[in-house]
Design a binder for this molecule. Sequence first.
Ligand code: CTP
Length: 443
Amino acid sequence: MTKVITYGTYDLLHYGHIRLLERAKELGDYLIIGVTADDFDKSRGKINVQQPLEERISAIRATGLADEIIVEEYEGQKIDDIRRLGIDIFTVGSDWIGCFDYLQEYCKVVYLPRTEGISSSEIRAGQSSLRLGMIGYSSFLKKFFRESKFVNSVKIVGICVPKDGILKELKPEMELYTTDCQTLLEYVDAVYIHSSPSQHFEQCKLAIESGKHIICESPIAMSIKECEFLVELAKNKNVILMEALRTAYITGYSRLVLLLKAGKIGRIISVDAVCTSLSIFGDVETNMKWGSLETWGPTAMLPVFQILGTDYLEKRIFTLKDEISGNLDMFTKIDFTYSSATASIRVGNGVKSEGQLIVSGTKGYVFVPAPWWKTDYFEIRYENPLDNKRYFYQVDGEGIRYELVAFSNAVRNKTSDYYIGNNVTLEICNVMNDFGCKKDNKF
Ligand code: CTP
């Protein structure tokens, strides 16, 4: 019996795939099809795949061409599979010519002519992409624009700046450059907001009322009332309102939260998150600066509320003002007390500390080294170091591209709280509000 194996992503299965599989089948008596796992695709930079693994496997199964389907999860797996499964022929399309010659040591390698004129990428590109506008003045928008080019379901077409001349480098790249939000809103399907946190509420409200989907830097409002209002309004208007908290969309971080929920370190006793930066965040072009809690608070609160929930009993806020401006908080520490756990966040803008995340439990603890908010690595540590486990994940583009993929998927599937629950969004606004009102503050 001649055993043949072939691999692919098979996103949005098309006739190019089917023709390849039919010819692969004819090469032998038994065809094994390897379908790439979502994580494996992400780690090799294929972030635009639309269908999850289960759907792609079902589509392959429905062709009736596979005698066996396996999942490809790691680099180098092909050699393992060929040996383990006793493969005689490895085959892929001619777009891979030369890439798999190294497998000739283990079996015959056949490159089949690729079908011209069709690919998953072209199908995805042909689908209408989300026309996105940007609102704000931060130079971060330049980075956001560059990163958006990796996401083919989104196209940034316009920008609204507070004053002509701001972010003028982006002007030639935009179909629309304006100082009027309403003009931008009429031109796009959705907006990304990265302005001063105190402007978020008005800008989100305007966008929702215009029926536009929103991805807004966190906090989306500076009070829980405003936040509740926006969440409700978005629901009624049937638009997506998503928080641009990049950490939440990074695979390493979301896997960490799942492992904790699955009890890997026992009952969780404390969560301690530190986020600081020496370069004062804000924007040089407009000379607007943000305090430490505005800059880092939502990111630092994310693991606290996602791991321990939002029903804490009390919080205590300690904050230090920046000596020069006298009104911005330079360093803030918040302690949260839960009925059987505790948490603390420490944030600084113009102060530097070790940006680590530590989650302590009754069986062990999790250590995420700095900068934990770009989680590409973490360790679960136990009393006996031999039991320790290390986890590695690929992070590209600081998480911006993952966030944009999640946003376009949310718009397509009409669900936005898959990554960040509404309770977390609301509680972040609540803490910002209490901080602003000096409730629970100890100066
Ligand atoms: N293939 C083919 N003809 C095409 C497209 C793909 O023969 N027009 C083959 C590839 O060479 C590979 C298999 O189908 O052996 C699975 O390819 P995959 O990468 O999943 O499909 P693409 O359409 O190339 O996907 P993408 O555009 O995302 O790269």
